[in-house]
Design a protein around this ligand. Structure first.
Ligand code: PMP
Length: 441
């Protein structure tokens, strides 16, 4: 394993050359909130897998549910006249769970990119079914991340994930995100910036023509783009504009659904009801690849009252029974532990702790978070010019790792998204490890 060092596989979001020059850390075990590497070094996983292992690595009810389902029925499709009992039971539980978000039907997928793709496709089909076939365009936020399928890549707000794969879907437009630190519209007041971004959205809609737009897709808190929470007024204003223009609103909650923000969904955090919600990741906590698009009233009315509304879309693994069994156990455990309370408390601890590090280290230009266990530290080479420092993260990460915590580097950002079962002591370990990492700079 060590000789091969992963060079015979190409790693996502990494150049093959990088993987050869600096071999990846090979993780061989996970217990609770900790992971162990091939050298036996154990650390707190402040990345939480990839924002998804909310219940940690030893969740026995999930393991038991997967084993029992594998034993009873490892697979049956949900295509054309067949289904499986685990998927049906899960759709019932999810309809209860997302009732406060106004979402009561599920379409199952195999992951986040599939969920985004599904929502984009269903948005176009919705308008066709309603006699508005010209509504085909999509709006999204700059710095938004929506997975890697061609549709998702097209609405991605970060050009780094788009240009190598162009031409992508035509008709996708990216609106400035309410990113106060870099105030894209020369405004540093979060509420006023939210208003300006919403104005930019309205201008784009007017420019394109409202009846050409199928949907707006956005993350309630931008995740991979660097944990960017908008002002609380932003999402309700976006909801209102979409309503006024007949545009569907899709919340991409691949990260934010199931408790990470300290609320059960990002939509609930901001008090809005989306027309569709893309979910994945924590639905199975990483124990099985799975996703669900949750559907609201407009979708349900349009599709369920129309015999011609055939869904020409789906995956072999849509509603995979083992994934569904894992999701059922995760949902039960997530609610039994009421993880949102701990996510909020530990989230505050990490956020405040990172702000204290900012007092100590000039390389920290901004700390964002304050909504559950999604926190980012943005590094700059100069606090006045805010010149991004994408070079220092690797050393901070390495030293933090040697001192007990795995953190994620994404450009100039260090991102913390640990399991929601993190204890106060675990959070202190993460902060102590980061402190040593910054001191080493
Ligand atoms: N949307 C968002 C908001 C995400 O964060 C991600 C993954 N990080 C995706 C979509 C894509 O999910 P997946 O990697 O499971 O395809």
């Amino acid at each position: 394993l060590k000789e091969n060092n992963g060079r015979l596989m190409w790693h996502p979001m990494t150049s093959p050359q990088d993987s050869i020059d600096s071999p990846p850390k090979i993780v061989t075990e996970g217990h609770g909130v900790r992971i162990k590497d091939i050298d036996g070094h154990e650390v707190v996983d402040a990345v939480g897998g990839l924002w998804n292992v909310n219940l940690g690595y030893s969740c026995q009810p999930v393991k038991d549910a997967i084993a029992a389902q594998l034993d009873r029925l490892p697979y049956y499709s949900t295509f054309r006249g067949t289904s499986n009992d685990a998927a049906i039971e899960l759709s019932y539980e999810l309809a209860q769970f997302f009732a406060p978000d106004g979402l009561s039907r599920a379409f199952f997928t195999s992951g986040g990119s599939d969920s985004v793709e599904t929502a984009l496709r269903l948005a176009r089909q919705y308008h066709k079914l309603r006699g508005e076939p010209g509504r085909v365009k999509f709006l999204s936020l700059k710095k938004g991340y929506h997975g890697t399928h061609m549709g998702g890549a097209s609405v991605n707000g970060n050009a780094n994930f788009r240009t190598a794969y162009e031409p992508l879907l035509p008709g996708c437009y990216h609106i400035p995100a309410p990113y106060t630190y870099r105030n894209p519209l020369n405004e540093t007041d979060p509420e006023r910036l939210a208003q300006l971004c919403v104005q930019a959205l309205e201008d784009e809609i007017a420019f394109q023509g409202p009846t050409t737009i199928a949907a707006m897709i956005m993350e309630p808190i931008l995740g991979a783009g660097g944990v960017i929470p908008p002002h609380a007024s932003f999402a309700p204003m976006v909801r209102d504009i979409c309503d006024r223009n007949g545009i569907l609103l899709i919340t991409d909650e691949v990260i934010t659904a199931y408790g990470r923000t300290g609320a059960w969904s990002g939509a609930r955090l901001w008090g809005i009801q989306p027309d569709m919600m893309a979910t994945a990741k924590a639905i199975t906590n990483g124990y099985f690849p799975f996703g669900a698009v949750m559907l609201g009233e407009k979708m349900i009315e349009t599709f369920e009252n129309n015999a011609a509304a055939k869904i020409g879309h789906g995956y072999t693994y849509s509603g995979h029974p083992v994934g569904a069994a894992a999701a059922l156990a995760c949902l039960a455990e997530t609610q039994r532990l009421n993880v949102i309370d701990n996510a909020a408390a530990r989230g505050t601890q990490l956020y405040e702790g990172c702000k204290a590090l900012m007092e100590k280290y000039d390389v920290i230009g901004d700390v964002r978070g304050g909504h559950g266990l999604m926190t980012a530290i943005e590094m700059v080479s100069d606090r006045d010019t805010k010149a991004p420092d994408a070079a220092s993260g690797a050393l901070v990460q390495e030293v933090a790792y040697q001192n007990g915590a795995m953190v994620r580097v994404s450009g100039p950002n260090l991102i913390l998204s640990p399991p929601l079962i993190l204890t106060e002591d675990d959070a202190s370990v993460i902060l102590g490890a980061l402190d040593k990492g910054f001191a080493a700079l």
